[in-house]
Design a protein around this ligand. Structure first.
Ligand SMILES: Cc1cc2nc3c(=O)[nH]c(=O)nc-3n(C[C@H](O)[C@H](O)[C@H](O)COP(=O)(O)OP(=O)(O)OC[C@H]3O[C@@H](n4cnc5c(N)ncnc54)[C@H](O)[C@@H]3O)c2cc1C
Length: 423
């Protein structure tokens, strides 16, 4: 097989750019095929503090610092009524090694990352849409359509699928398994003039929780804020699948959201997307690795998607580099990658699963400092995907307290108004 590259990467989002950067900097020939032309809009704007060492290792931090993205030092969780709030400051977590993140407009952020991959030596082709792939004993072949419609094949020793929720290789092989309890919709837009907290907390991600849905507010520049509503598809359908109507109704039911949006003006249309959590049953096969959302996608409540994408991009680059050095199909290394990523994702899936239960929210909104349990939760929220034992046992304590709270209230119960989107 005549090889066009050592590694082909499908997709130039954060996962693909990260994998491309690490591989190219290690001296490997990388061909990255991206179907869109950048800059392009993308949802997912709140990052985690643990992204920072990755940016530095990739050498892209100076470009990101120069872009002047807002600083994020914490996250706030509010009840929609405005009656209860808690703020997690990353600097308060004694187990948290990195305490500051950035909030980004993804069009600019993704372009900086992709340009950095290109400058690091990867060949990046925009406007090329991959249609399918095949593996053989000698390598991998992908079929891609060029910007002028011609279809051609590219060959490489290894393939990294970073196609995001398009999930190209996972769908082609029927690997996608959707989480039964996390089938959501999201409706979102950018707004100017959204009210923010004073001082440093003005850069926080703000989560506003109602009975069956929740909002995010993410400051993406001095003036602009991303606002989104995550809800059940049934509630969306019950409002005639009218994004404007469902968004207005949810805002009208929340005194806190009304206050925040009182002087806000929407910039552009409201967008709607499905927000189904899923996992591919295999994250790797011989010669093929899946990274970021093409490995699995999780409800965005804790803003972990971009970090997971970059973390898996980095691990996949290491795994592919080691297979290339050894001159084999990577099977053993790739299985280890699969296990490690699955374990890390489980940490978040468990936390996300609990977020939708009332006892969890009751304790989450009233953190008590005994045994430093909140600090352990903060470390995971900051991006500690492979928590040490001292964090893990505290998390177990937290889940135990959630079970106790369900039957015997340790902190006051919260009451939501009747579901505001129910018809
Ligand atoms: C409603 C919502 C809110 C979110 N909020 C957050 C948040 O606040 N913080 C956070 O960290 N994450 C958030 N996420 C998750 C985040 O958007 C993703 O986890 C992240 O973008 C994953 O990066 P990726 O590189 O894997 O995929 P993507 O960023 O989706 O990149 C995939 C790329 O592959 C390209 N591609 C797709 N198919 C092909 C093809 N056939 N050929 C060539 N190229 C292709 C696409 O054009 C795209 O550029 C949110 C997600 C949703 C749905």
């Amino acid at each position: 097989m005549q090889l066009d590259a050592d590694v082909i990467i499908i997709g130039g989002g954060p996962a693909g750019s990260t994998a491309a950067t690490f591989l190219a900097r290690a001296g490997h020939r990388v061909l990255l095929l991206e179907k869109d032309r950048f800059p392009r809009f993308h949802v997912g704007e709140s990052l985690l503090p643990y992204n920072r060492p990755l940016f530095e290792e990739m050498g892209v931090w100076p470009a990101l610092a120069e872009a002047g993205f807002p600083r994020k030092t914490g996250a706030q969780f509010h009840l929609a009524s405005g009656k209860k709030v808690t703020r997690f400051a990353f600097s308060n977590g004694v187990f948290t090694r990195h305490t500051e993140a950035i909030q980004v407009e993804r069009a600019r952020f993704d372009q900086i990352l992709l340009e950095h991959a290109r400058a690091s030596g990867a060949e990046v082709r925009e406007g090329w849409s991959v249609r399918g792939f095949e593996t053989s004993t000698g390598g991998v072949s992908v079929q891609a359509q060029s910007p002028n419609g011609e279809v051609r094949s590219f060959n490489a020793a290894h393939l990294i699928d970073a196609s995001g929720r398009a999930n190209l290789t996972g769908n082609q092989q029927g690997l996608r398994s959707v989480h039964p309890d996390h089938r959501k919709m999201a409706v979102f837009a950018h707004f100017d003039g959204v009210a923010r907290s004073a001082g440093e907390a003005g850069g926080d991600t703000v989560i506003v929780r109602d009975a069956r849905h929740w909002f995010w507010l993410i400051p993406v520049s001095e003036e602009r804020t991303s606002v989104g509503l995550v809800l059940d598809p049934a509630d969306y359908t019950a409002h005639g699948r009218d994004a404007g109507a469902v968004f207005q109704r949810a805002v009208a039911a929340s005194p806190l959201m009304q206050e925040r949006l009182a002087k806000a003006a929407r910039v552009g249309e409201l967008k709607a997307t499905s927000d189904f959590s899923y996992f591919n049953r295999r994250l790797a096969d011989p010669r093929v690795l899946r990274v970021g959302d093409a490995a699995g996608f999780m409800d965005p409540i804790f803003s972990a998607g971009v970090y997971l994408a970059m973390w898996t991009g980095r691990l996949a680059a290491d795994a592919a580099a080691s297979a290339l050095r050894a001159g084999h199909d990577g099977e053993r290394t790739y299985r280890a990658y699969d296990r490690r990523v699955r374990r890390a994702m489980q940490v978040y899936w468990r936390l996300v699963g609990h977020f939708y239960t009332q006892p969890f929210m009751e304790l989450f909104l009233e953190p008590r400092n005994g045994l430093q349990v909140p600090a352990a939760v903060v470390a995971v929220l900051a991006g500690d995907l492979e928590p040490s034992w001292s964090i893990r046992w505290r998390l177990e304590c937290f889940y135990l307290l959630v079970r106790v709270q369900k039957r015997w209230p340790l902190v006051p119960r919260i009451t939501f108004a009747p579901p505001s989107l129910a018809t």
